[in-house]
Design a protein around this ligand. Structure first.
Ligand code: CAA
Length: 263
């Protein structure tokens, strides 16, 4: 993954962890067509990468993660164009969510509208103390278009989702922590370090096992318990065909750390 492939993203490898920074600080990292297209391209490349085991997603600067979809780009849209824009946004969010690698959102400031939707397409959200969350679309005459009306009520209690979506008000990091939207609130200066630390921990686990666990985790939000358990049994059994299952269990019995190959 090379920086030269992208104009609006910075990508930096830290061993098996890839740190992706949305880099349009002048527009508070707002998501326009170009950012979305580049995120999709990055995600397509990542899903086949055996070098990257976990991803940290953040925003450039100390003020914003992503302040939303680009309002200047949307202002003159007609319905058909808006549908295409939402379809692109949905493809990006779905694609990040279905990556085999876990993705941690390091929310370093405003995560509003499309920015909150992007954070919610990540598996785990960590927030800086100055982070602010909200779905302010109703304030500007629209509604969430990148999955917010669907992912938010799957992440927080229904009534909280309703208040956030219908009032358009922002939440502080402490409020986001209280409703369980974010796992931890950290000083801005520690956010990236702690996010990378968690990513490295995940990256040290058996990669195929992590990928299948992520798959099962996301299935749990869709179908019935019976269907989810059927998939879990299937994925569980498939892991017994991996070298890493043999290694992980042998290492435990030998009382030594495991050495995983990702197969
Ligand atoms: N789109 C385009 N540009 C944006 C932007 C956005 N979502 N958010 C901020 N910017 C731009 C501002 O226009 C401004 O540009 P200029 O310097 O050229 O004027 C620059 O970023 C800095 O922003 P502000 O001067 O507004 O900074 P502030 O500190 O006064 O306020 C803020 C910060 C509260 C985040 C404010 O910028 C804001 O309210 N932004 C919009 C938030 C929003 O409504 N997001 C939802 C968009 S709709 C959506 O996302 C739909 C969807 O689901 C697909």
């Amino acid at each position: 993954m090379m920086n030269s492939q992208f104009e609006t993203l910075l990508v930096e490898s830290d061993g098996p962890v890839l740190v992706v920074t949305i880099n349009r600080p002048k527009a508070l990292n707002a998501l326009n067509q170009q950012v979305l297209t580049e995120l999709l391209r990055l995600s397509d490349a990542l899903k086949d990468s055996s070098l990257v085991r976990a991803v940290v997603l953040t925003g450039a600067g100390e003020k914003a993660f992503v302040a939303g979809a680009d309002i200047a780009a949307m202002a003159a849209m007609q319905p058909a164009e808006a549908l295409g824009f939402a379809e692109l946004g949905h493809r990006v969010m779905d694609s990040l969510e279905s990556l085999p690698q876990p993705v941690i959102a390091a929310v370093n400031g405003f995560a509003l509208g499309g920015g909150m939707e992007l954070a919610m397409s990540c598996d785990i959200l960590l927030a800086a103390e100055n982070a602010r969350f909200g779905q302010p679309e109703v304030n500007i005459g629209v509604m969430p278009g990148f999955g917010g009306s669907q992912r938010l009520p799957r992440r927080v209690p229904f009534g909280m989702a309703a208040e956030i979506l219908l009032s358009g008000d922002n939440l502080t990091a402490a409020e986001a922590l209280r409703i369980g939207l974010v796992n931890r609130v950290l000083p801005q200066s520690e956010l990236l370090t702690e996010s990378k630390k968690l990513a490295h921990k995940i990256a040290s686990r058996a990669p195929v096992a992590v990928a299948k666990t992520k798959q099962a985790l996301h299935t749990s939000r869709q179908g019935s318990l019976a269907d989810g358990n059927a998939q879990e049994r299937q994925l569980f059994s498939e892991l017994f065909a991996t070298a890493d299952q043999k290694e992980g269990m042998r290492a435990f019995l030998d009382k030594r750390p495991p050495s995983y190959q990702g197969k």
